[in-house]
Design a protein around this ligand. Structure first.
Ligand code: HEM
Length: 487
């Protein structure tokens, strides 16, 4: 920590007599001067400045982050033996980062967008990350479409501004996103604060035990302060006047000791129940009906400490669905499978191959991974003289007996080039959601208003096709939008 007593030094520790001075050849106080290259202090400051950015995340670049804790409130021993989920009252330190998706690091908070929710649990068996969203379903289910989908939400390659035509051109031609779109254009598309959003796993995961038994799980983080949303007009105003509205809100409430909390719940399904499930549980465009798969309470998340340094702890934080601990597992959702590759890949590029050694990413339990070594920024002792190859008898390693993956989820099949197709069933949950939206005060009006805004500037033919697409959810949406757009 900086204090008034600190003697200013250069990065090598040599004391500086004036950190604001520049060595130069001068004729007195005016007439300029010639700066000399032997001024290490100036060279160091300028050279480091030119290198002080790391690439921003290609999605989810703008975010707030805070530390906190997770507490187990219910017994889950029938489902999992993950240590951080075992024992009522058990507490685990966490780090959470909540983001918008499409905008850059400096973009406004109060935009209509999905909010990303990433939480790191520093458990005694390793780092467990949950990399979730605030909407329960996703826009795509063929993972190769992810970059395309995001580009269509970002800046046009020519004009460099977001473009409604591009947005709808993507979604109308990749219609499996209709359920997510209905959420996005409904009231939850813009939250009032970060404290008032959900976190959804979106994908199906598993919880499992050392005996190989497992269940399928969807995770839900529910804000204890309730869901609160913001109307589009207020949001547009704040986007201009208070672009960091959500980040400030979270930071200030934590500073004041008003700690936001979320109740962690799960829906579960046994492997035997999958065959008769009304939806494909490996398709992240579907939710599981709550009447049939009720929520079960697990614990509570609390955010109670702001980072001392945003860059170190939040910008350099690397969250990945592949960070799992014994007792938690993935499922056969292809989007989740692709994500398990993509995030660590992004981290190696964005933060460097030794990102696991940096403070926010470092596991709190002992790590012994001598086959992952060397590389830029090595600072973990690098396993000294230990063998850097497997199966050494000079220094044998002990092996965990813990089964990490369910053993009886066995697969046989052919390698095929596969892409999903869209059927009427893909509109069913969007249709049910529309009914819910219509039953909320002013819900239908806001949905139509938000959709109308998003159709501004879309060429007539495409706009007509988008109306047909939305009309597949309900003819009223098409009719009402037709009227509004023809005014
Ligand atoms: C094929 C699908 C997807 C791919 C390839 C993908 C890829 C990525 C990448 C590359 C990043 C940036 C990571 C970094 O630089 O640290 C990212 C961030 C993120 N993604 Fe995804 N993503 C996908 C789908 C999803 C889904 C379905 C969710 C939610 C359930 C999600 C939630 C997030 C969140 C919350 C972040 C920000 C993490 C942070 O705070 O650092 N993504 N994604």
């Amino acid at each position: 920590m900086a204090s008034q007593d600190n003697i200013s030094t250069l990065a090598n520790g040599q004391p500086s007599d004036n950190p604001g001075s520049v060595q130069q050849i001068r004729y007195g106080n005016s007439n300029g001067g010639l700066v000399v290259l032997s001024d290490t202090q100036t060279v160091e400051v300028l050279a480091h400045f030119a290198r002080e950015r790391i690439p921003e995340r290609s999605v989810h670049a703008k975010a707030a982050g805070a530390f906190g804790e997770f507490e187990v409130l219910e017994d889950l021993s029938d489902l999992t033996d993950a240590k951080f989920l075992s024992g009522i009252g058990k507490k685990t330190p966490i780090l959470t980062r909540i983001s918008t998706v499409g905008g850059e690091k400096g973009s406004s908070d109060t935009v209509r967008d999905v909010r990303g929710w990433a939480t790191k649990f520093y458990t005694e068996e390793g780092v467990q990350d949950f990399v979730f969203n605030d909407l329960p379903v996703f826009f795509i289910r063929d993972p190769i479409k992810f970059p395309s989908m995001n580009r269509s939400h970002k800046r046009h390659p020519r004009t460099n501004v977001p473009d409604n035509a591009m947005f709808w051109d993507f979604h109308k031609n990749n219609p499996e996103g209709i359920h997510a779109l209905m959420h996005l254009f409904g009231r939850r598309g813009i939250p009032e604060t970060i404290k008032n959003i959900n976190g959804f796993s979106v994908h199906t995961y598993t919880l499992n035990k050392a005996d190989g038994s497992y269940v399928y799980v969807k995770w839900h983080f529910r804000p204890d302060d309730g869901i609160k949303t913001m109307d589009a007009e207020t949001a547009a105003h704040l986007a201009g006047t208070e672009p960091d509205y959500h980040i400030k809100g979270l930071f200030n409430s934590i500073e004041k000791g008003e700690y936001p909390t979320w109740t962690v719940c799960i829906q579960t399904m046994t492997p035997e129940e999958v065959a008769t499930a009304p939806i494909d549980i490996f398709d992240c465009t579907y939710t599981w009906p709550h009447e049939r798969y009720p929520l079960r309470r697990v614990g509570r998340l609390t955010l109670n400490k702001n980072p001392d340094n945003y860059f170190q702890d939040i910008e350099q934080a690397c969250f990945s669905p592949s960070n799992m601990v014994p007792g938690v597992g993935p499922s056969a959702d292809p989007v989740l499978q692709a994500r398990m590759f993509s995030y660590p890949d992004a981290h190696r590029y964005r933060v460097g191959p030794n990102y696991f050694q940096l403070p926010p990413n470092r596991p709190k339990n002992p790590v012994y991974a001598p086959y992952v070594r060397d590389g830029p920024g090595t600072m973990n002792g690098n396993y000294g003289s230990d063998p850097d190859y497997v199966f050494s008898e000079l220094r044998p390693v002990a092996q965990s007996k813990r089964v990490q993956m369910p053993t009886h989820e066995l697969w046989t099949g052919n390698v095929t080039a596969f892409t999903t197709t869209v059927t009427d069933k893909d509109f069913e949950q969007a249709q049910s959601l529309y009914k819910i939206i219509c039953s909320e005060p002013n819900g239908q009006e806001q949905l139509l208003e938000n959709l109308e805004q998003s159709l501004q500037g879309v060429p007539e033919k495409l706009a007509g096709e988008v109306l047909d697409y939305l009309g597949h959810v309900h003819q009223d949406i098409k009719n009402a939008l037709q009227k509004r757009l023809s005014k």
